[in-house]
Ligand binder design. Structure first.
Ligand SMILES: [Zn+2]
Length: 178
């Protein structure tokens, strides 16, 4: 695999005399396959079946743990996403909300873009009255290199439809409540 050849060169450059790293490039390539498994996925397939529902209030899955990687440094981004929607006659299995978050987390990311992508995916799947996404994460490229500010939480939000109105605060109260 081509990526493995490049990684091999990087590993050799870091530690040219280490005989124990023969399979390191191969292992890294395999873990990349896992970290970046969110490409070429059909979001409608991931979402699966929708169910009819007369539910009129906000539906929220909060504190969905995710791991992503920044597209600039390949450094981990670790945090939680809370997603919510105001249904419009259709609901989705709660675990599918978490799967949708993972789809976009398992890519090279900017947190801002990931937040929008999750929100737009929920709109596409559910055609709801509104969507809210709240993402809070630590970026290792901030905490473990460069400015080295550990514990700083990067917060991004996305709102659409009725969630742009007063109901936004209800979503945020739930999403931010610990
Ligand atoms: Zn970065």
């Amino acid at each position: 695999m081509e990526i493995e050849t490049h990684l091999e060169a990087v590993v050799r450059k870091i530690d040219p005399n280490n005989g124990e790293i023969n399979r390191t490039a191969k292992r890294v390539a395999e873990s990349f396959g896992e970290f970046f498994s969110g490409y070429n996925v059909d979001i409608l397939k991931i979402a699966g079946a929708l169910y009819d529902s007369s539910m009129e209030d906000l539906i929220i899955l909060k504190d969905i743990h995710f791991e992503s990687h920044c597209e600039h440094h390949l450094a981990p981004i670790v945090g939680t996403a809370s997603v919510g929607y105001l249904p419009n006659g259709k609901i989705i299995g709660a675990s599918k909300l978490a799967r949708i978050v993972d789809c976009f987390a398992h890519r090279l990311q900017l947190q801002e873009r990931m937040t929008i992508e999750i929100g737009e995916a929920l709109e596409l799947v559910l055609s709801p009255k509104g969507v809210g996404v709240y993402v809070e994460a630590e970026h290792f490229c901030i905490s473990h290199r460069g400015v080295r500010k550990q514990g700083a939480q990067f917060v991004t939000r996305y709102f659409s439809g009725e969630l742009k109105g007063p109901v936004r605060q209800e979503f945020l109260t739930t999403a931010q409540g610990k």
